[in-house]
Design a protein around this ligand. Structure first.
Ligand SMILES: NC(=O)c1ccc[n+]([C@@H]2O[C@H](COP(=O)([O-])OP(=O)(O)OC[C@H]3O[C@@H](n4cnc5c(N)ncnc54)[C@H](OP(=O)(O)O)[C@@H]3O)[C@@H](O)[C@H]2O)c1
Length: 234
């Protein structure tokens, strides 16, 4: 029997890879995003044009029952701390954290109703491991890890909540960081597994967590990062 999934930011990057994998498993998918030109034509897919920073979440018409929710919108605003005004931290917080909070509040009832649902949120490798120029994004993503773990406790056992922490992954968000062959080679080399990430690397774990196969996993921050957070090459 197919299940209902809401993917906020399912039109590009990691969210698009998750959407495609869920559709290939014959699940029902609703995507919220500002654009839809990259989405496949599929009978199980519904797109709602929506800007999480501008539009009213309460006005959204969503199914009464949801089996899974993924929140993908995020930022990579890398600058030295001295160049980051407090307002820049707020901008990152709005998209990474408050956007997720709004959607989670909206979906709580529908996620509980299914009795066995799963939420996937996104952090970054730069929370567990300090990296220069990451103060703003790491502040917001640290909040996502706290939010996700707290909700996992509050919503157990009906709703599982997990957080993926990627390292650099080839998506529109990371375009500038992978814009030349030199940058790509340097990034491959920085990872103990000798390559930067592909959206499908993240989608594989997200879809496992969204499925019955993940039914005993909740409250985890899972590094999908080519070994970046835990391995030190010889
Ligand atoms: N890529 C990396 O290297 C990397 C590394 C660490 C962590 N992460 C995290 O992983 C998550 C996914 O990243 P990604 O690289 O796949 O991002 P991405 O390529 O920017 O895709 C983000 C998705 O969110 C949607 N979106 C963005 N702003 C939105 C808004 N205001 N309202 C509604 N939808 C919006 C985009 O669609 P539209 O533009 O059509 O609205 C798109 O579908 C993010 O939270 C990011 O911080 C990524």
């Amino acid at each position: 029997m197919s299940r209902n999934y809401l993917i906020v930011g399912g039109s590009k990057g990691i969210g698009l890879a998750i959407t495609k994998q869920l559709l290939s498993e014959n699940q029902e998918v609703i995507v919220l995003s500002r654009s839809n030109d990259t989405l496949p034509d599929h009978p199980n897919l519904k797109h709602i044009t929506f800007d999480i920073l501008e539009d009213e979440v309460d006005a959204l018409e969503l199914p009464e029952e949801l089996h899974g929710l993924v929140y993908c919108p995020g930022s990579i605003n890398l600058k030295p701390f001295r160049a980051l005004k407090p307002e820049a931290f707020l901008v990152d917080f709005e998209i990474n954290v408050l956007g997720a909070v709004k959607v989670l509040r909206k979906c709580q009832k529908a996620l509980s109703k299914s009795g066995n649902s799963s939420v996937v949120l996104f952090s970054t490798v730069a929370v567990g491991q300090g990296m220069p120029y990451h103060t703003s994004v790491a502040t917001s993503k640290g909040a996502i890890e706290g939010l996700g773990k707290s909700l996992a406790a509050e919503w157990a056992p009906k709703v599982r909540v997990n957080i993926l922490a990627p390292s650099l992954t080839d998506t529109p968000l990371a375009e500038k960081l992978l814009s030349t062959d030199d940058k790509k080679a340097a990034s491959n080399n920085r990872h103990p597994l000798k390559r930067f990430g592909q959206p499908e690397d993240l989608a594989a774990m997200a879809c496992l967590l969204l499925s019955e196969k993940g039914s005993w996993i909740s409250g985890q921050v899972i590094g999908i990062d080519g070994g970046m957070s835990t391995l030190r090459p010889m």
